[in-house]
Ligand binder design. Structure first.
Ligand code: AHR
Length: 496
């Protein structure tokens, strides 16, 4: 049957699991992400909170089932000395956040605050260690402080600070962007530094070992991946990071809301580049690790624009339109389809920074279109990937083109199959035929995220303007589904 676009579910065994950690988040001490956005302080009388952490944010994040949360940076991580953030709050030193706005950081949100919050959220912490300006001993001590159950100098200190049992943190970043803000290192030099730090980050949990993640490549720096894979022994590393932002031009990033058609296309092209990146970095990893024991961890991704007019340029506060929903839907489809190697990822950043899922203003909070995509896609977490083939129409601009339709499919534990579909075409709906092959279903339901205009966003005046609705544009007949997907929309179908 002819259709504009064809999505074919391949018959087979569906042996790969989409690791839930692909749906991870990232909260840095940057602008209003932690302070104001997540943490308002224990003494706050205007915003309802639990131990200083906003209740509205906790509730919203819980609904996303966020599997892991990366903290405290980013670039900030390589300036952060964790011992500044423990003990009585009034006695903690103030430092300057040199990367982000030069503001004073009073360290009132520290290790206990973060790890207790993760418990509240039911999410796994992912701590980024300071390699750039910290010492080996300092990072080794942090591991002992948060993970050791017995008696030791660091576990005694933890108990003095009010926490008896260790938190058992599994995920550890060994520095961040070592090629840039983490120390401007060469890959050869960082590989050696990594080996040293990783050696002394002992496994105090005695429960399967730490998941140490090496600071990875900046976008298409394949030499970085090649060198690290060559020089770091497998026994020391479980994950290799990769950072890539959807950005038009680092010098002229353009407005988050008032973008031209050309800027929209360029953003989507940069987002789609993620597909090539994960394939090429994976191919290099395959050479050294054919059994795919080391995960590719895309621990920073998302759209990056100019800050909202009138806000601190160092705070990276940007609005979030349907363009961001397109980035999220497409990128998560890419990750799902490469789930064999991509086993963890972190959207940058959770609240009030870059492609945030939540924005706050005083005691007000809203969830963005990106939030809704993450919520709709949560059905893919830990589900079995259904391999697919996609034949898509092109979205073209000035002679360049990228696929208009992206998709991914999985089978959840409860037996439901979910297919997520994205049409990034800003003007045209797409007719899609889904070929179910030998898979049989009786029921079809769907949810859709779209809006009247591409540049629409949720504002504090109208916070619920963009939200998912029931999708009626899909019809199943025999082993085929015909879908009419509106322009700039994300749909998730549920089949059983
Ligand atoms: O997410 C903002 C910044 O982007 C992070 O701190 C850094 O790692 C990256 O350059």
């Amino acid at each position: 049957l002819w259709a504009q676009n064809l999505v074919k579910l391949l018959p087979g065994k569906d042996t790969i699991t989409i690791n839930k950690h692909i749906y991870g988040h990232f909260a840095e001490h940057l602008g209003r992400c932690i302070y104001d956005g997540i943490y308002v302080g224990e003494d706050n009388k205007t915003v309802p909170h639990t131990n200083g952490v906003r209740n509205d944010v906790i509730e919203a994040l819980k609904k996303l089932n966020i599997p892991n949360l990366r903290w405290p940076g980013g670039c900030f991580a390589d300036t952060y000395h964790w011992k500044d953030g423990i003990g009585p709050k009034g006695k903690r030193p103030s430092i300057v956040n040199t990367w982000w706005g030069g503001v004073t950081e009073n360290n009132s949100f520290g290790t206990h605050d973060f790890l207790n919050m993760c418990e509240l959220l039911g999410t796994e912490p992912y701590l980024a260690g300071n390699v750039g300006s910290g010492e080996v001993q300092e990072l080794a001590d942090w591991v002992q402080y948060v993970n050791f159950d017995g008696k030791s100098p660091m576990s005694d200190l933890r108990r003095e600070n009010g926490r008896d049992k260790p938190w058992k943190v599994k995920f550890w970043g060994v520095g961040n962007e070592a090629w840039g803000c983490g120390g401007n290192m060469t890959p050869e030099y960082y590989a050696d530094v990594y080996r040293k730090y990783a050696t002394f980050m002992s496994d105090w949990t005695n429960s399967g070992g730490l998941f140490r993640i090496a600071s990875g490549a900046n976008s298409d720096n394949y030499e970085w991946t090649e060198t690290l894979m060559k020089k770091i022994p497998k026994s020391l590393v479980k994950g290799l990071a990769l950072h890539h932002y959807a950005v038009i031009d680092w010098q002229k990033k353009g407005s988050a809301t008032m973008y031209t058609d050309e800027q929209y296309f360029k953003t989507m092209k940069s987002a789609w580049f993620m597909n090539e990146l994960v394939e090429k970095h994976s191919a290099i990893m395959d050479k050294y690790d054919p059994k795919k024991e080391i995960a590719l961890v895309v621990d920073e991704w998302g759209g990056w624009y100019e800050v909202e007019p009138g806000t601190n340029p160092g705070f990276l506060y940007q609005q979030n339109t349907m363009r961001d929903a397109m980035i999220a839907g497409m990128t998560l489809n890419i990750f799902n389809n490469h789930a064999e190697r991509v086993r963890m990822a972190n959207l940058a950043q959770t609240v009030n920074v870059l492609q945030a899922v939540i924005l706050t203003e005083g005691d007000k909070m809203l969830v963005t279109p990106t939030y809704h995509v993450l919520e709709m896609y949560k059905v893919h977490q830990d589900a079995r990937l259904v391999p697919i083939e996609v034949n898509s129409q092109k979205l073209s601009f000035n002679g360049e083109s990228i696929p208009a339709v992206s998709a991914s499919a999985s089978i959840a534990e409860d037996g439901n199959t979910h297919i997520s579909l994205v049409n990034i075409d800003p003007k045209n709906q797409q007719e899609i035929t889904i070929d179910l092959s030998d898979r049989k279903y009786k029921n079809l339901n769907g949810r859709l995220l779209t809006s009247k205009k591409l540049r629409d966003f949720n504002s504090f005046e109208n916070p619920g303007y963009i939200k998912p609705e029931i999708f009626k544009g899909a019809k199943m007949k025999n082993n085929q589904i015909s879908v009419t997907l509106p322009p700039f929309s994300v749909a998730v179908l549920a089949l059983n």
